[in-house]
Design a protein around this ligand. Structure first.
Ligand code: AMP
Ligand code: ZN
Ligand code: FE
Ligand code: FE
Length: 281
């Protein structure tokens, strides 16, 4: 059984529609795929329909923008009730922060002499409710300012650079219990990716486990082999579920092909059993 628990569609900043993503997952030989768009559950219905058609299991999820010790942390949530009022309210706050950030980034880039418009970005974000920097990157590619998303993040869109603007994110310590209250389970995404290792050390992870955290994503392309080994040891020590996933973004991110990392079936079963809501069927 091949299980990939972290993917993005055009409901956020992936380039495949939710339906295409699920069909590609089946073609890639996956039996289970989780759709985890940034701060959004709007792709679930289309993905579920495709999953029913091709006969694979869809785990409905999302990747929530949170803050912990003044640093951004991505929190994967699986199976929450998509109508839970407090969860919906909090996600709306995050999405509003995303929407408000786009004009601020455009203004900062224009100040820097780069001539792009909000309309250029909106064309790229299309049907997504979660406007993000990757959409700005796509607009910059189309305007010929950079060659690809990677160059946009390397030169203009990361903290300290001309086009970087901060946005609202929820407190991690509040979001873990909130997803649980909505019937779901949580897993910290790429905990040691991009220099966040010092933030989420073993002691911090132990505290998060006390708040209800179910697991950590260990096998992720942002983690070198040594980091994976250390994280696996911490997970064993703390009795946290270990997941592995692609963090697929379609054409938007290289080296993140569907199934490039996978989750062990026993870990997946345990994760699902820790949610109070159940997968359909
Ligand atoms: P945002 O959600 O707007 O803060 O943007 C963060 C998103 O940008 C995440 O989904 C990352 O996967 C993506 N991202 C960050 N760095 C890069 C990169 N170098 N190339 C492509 N995508 C990136
Ligand atoms: Zn993304
Ligand atoms: Fe992430
Ligand atoms: Fe992701």
């Amino acid at each position: 059984m091949r299980i990939d628990l972290h993917t993005h569609s055009s409901a956020s900043d992936g380039t495949d529609t939710p339906g295409d993503l699920v069909r590609e997952a089946a073609a890639a030989g996956l039996d289970v795929v989780a759709l985890t768009d940034h701060d959004a559950m709007s792709g679930w219905a289309e993905a579920q329909q495709a999953a029913d058609e091709v006969g694979i299991t869809l785990v409905p999820g999302l990747e929530i923008s949170t803050r912990f010790r003044h640093r951004g942390v991505h929190l994967l949530g699986y199976l929450p009730d998509p109508t839970h009022p407090s969860l919906v309210d909090e996600l709306d706050r995050i999405l509003e922060g995303r929407t408000a950030r786009t004009p601020a980034i455009v203004a900062a880039l224009r100040e820097h002499g780069i001539d792009i418009s909000e309309e250029d970005v909106r064309r790229e974000s299309g049907g997504s409710v979660a406007a993000g920097r990757p959409h700005v990157a796509d607009a910059l590619v189309r305007s010929g300012v950079v060659a690809d998303r990677t160059e946009a993040f390397a030169t203009l869109l990361s903290p300290g650079q001309a086009g970087y603007v901060n946005r609202y994110a929820s407190a991690l310590e509040d979001m873990i219990p909130l997803v649980a209250a909505a019937g779901g389970v949580t897993v910290v995404a790429h905990p040691w990716g991009r220099g966040s290792r010092s933030v989420l050390d073993a002691e911090a992870l132990a505290g998060l486990k006390d708040l209800g955290l179910a697991g950590i994503e260990v096998d992720h392309q942002d983690h070198a082999p040594a980091a994976r080994a250390e994280l696996r040891a911490i997970a064993r020590e703390l009795d946290l579920v270990v997941t592995g996933s692609s963090d697929h973004h379609g054409l938007g991110k290289v080296d993140h092909d569907l199934g490039v990392n996978t989750t062990e079936p026993e870990q997946y079963e345990r994760l699902m059993s820790l949610a109070s809501r159940r997968l359909d069927g």
